[in-house]
Design a protein around this ligand. Sequence first.
Ligand code: CO8
Length: 258
Amino acid sequence: TNTYETILVERKGRVALVTLNRPKALNALNLQVMNEVVEATEALDRDPDVGCIVLTGSAKAFAAGADIKEMQPQGYMDMYLNDWFTAWDRLGALRTPTLAAVSGYALGGGCELAMLCDILLASDTAVFGQPEIKLGVIPGIGGSQRLTRAVGKAKAMELCLTGRTMDAAEAERAGLVSRIVPADELLAEALSVAETVAGMSAPVAMMAKEAVNRAFETTLAEGVRFERRVFHAVFAVADQKEGMAAFVEKRPPSFTHR
Ligand code: CO8
């Protein structure tokens, strides 16, 4: 089923696993990786049998950034006319919940890619940072915005201006990652979390994701209003009837994703 060259795509029940697979370049994100990840995840997003998408890399590197060698010769018009990196926005626009399982380096575009996902799990070997400034550039896949929202201005500013990295413990303290898992358990734990998510009602999980994401885009009053409207709407979902009936009848729910 795998027609891609830089990623591996596997299905495990209702969970899909996408593994960045450019080991010689520490999964540096060139345009081919971008196009393959976006194409593969959009196809998975359209598949009603996929309830959660896990994105991971290798033990050494989730991704060591955008591909520096590919970018080096580009000029402004190349970047502008190719709309360099804009396709990554489509990963953030998926409706299916996504989970980044990060081990090793998540630098520059790698950190930004992890932050484009909904849940961020890190291994104890994970290293995060936006070191673009050391190359004479700035983050280009949303890092200056998403890192600032995740960890606050002071730390984001320090990371973007000095290029220093954060270890997993600092990233967890700062609120960038939801949890730290021992490196050899990361994938199993990520798949287990994904299986839990994928076991929920798919439309309701989409609505929950949409509601949480609203917090990044709007005021508190508008966000709460949006949540209230969606909360009322879930009462039109068959899985709401099933979920609440199962609780009352003291049995596990059997969601139909309708
Ligand atoms: N791009 C291209 N190749 C890379 C990258 C990268 N980001 N990172 C590593 N590689 C390659 C190396 O060149 C090397 O290849 P080769 O064997 O052919 O020389 C191979 O991967 C292995 O890397 P190292 O030998 O360096 O491995 P180490 O274990 O010694 O070091 C590090 C690992 C510390 C991660 C080191 O590789 C490193 O510092 N990498 C670069 C990290 C970085 O600066 N990332 C940010 C890149 S810029 C970015 O992501 C966003 C730019 C936004 C631009 C916006 C435009 C619109």
